[in-house]
Write a protein that binds this ligand. Structure first.
Ligand code: FES
Length: 51
């Protein structure tokens, strides 16, 4: 999921993360090594695990 602008994203642990780019990608598959941000891992997941 792409978001634009300066935002604060709260993860499922209640930790707040601030965006630093004009456009940021938020992970929807929960497999990223850089949660809450997407690192592209979703591209190599089996279809049944993709968001
Ligand atoms: S959506 Fe999870 S790594 Fe991209």
């Amino acid at each position: 999921m792409l978001v634009r602008g300066r935002l604060v994203v709260e993860d499922d642990q209640g930790v707040r993360h601030t965006t630093h780019r004009p456009v940021s990608a938020i992970c929807r598959c929960s497999r990223s090594a850089t949660l809450p941000w997407c690192d592209g891992t979703h591209k190599v997941l089996p279809a049944r695990l993709r968001p």
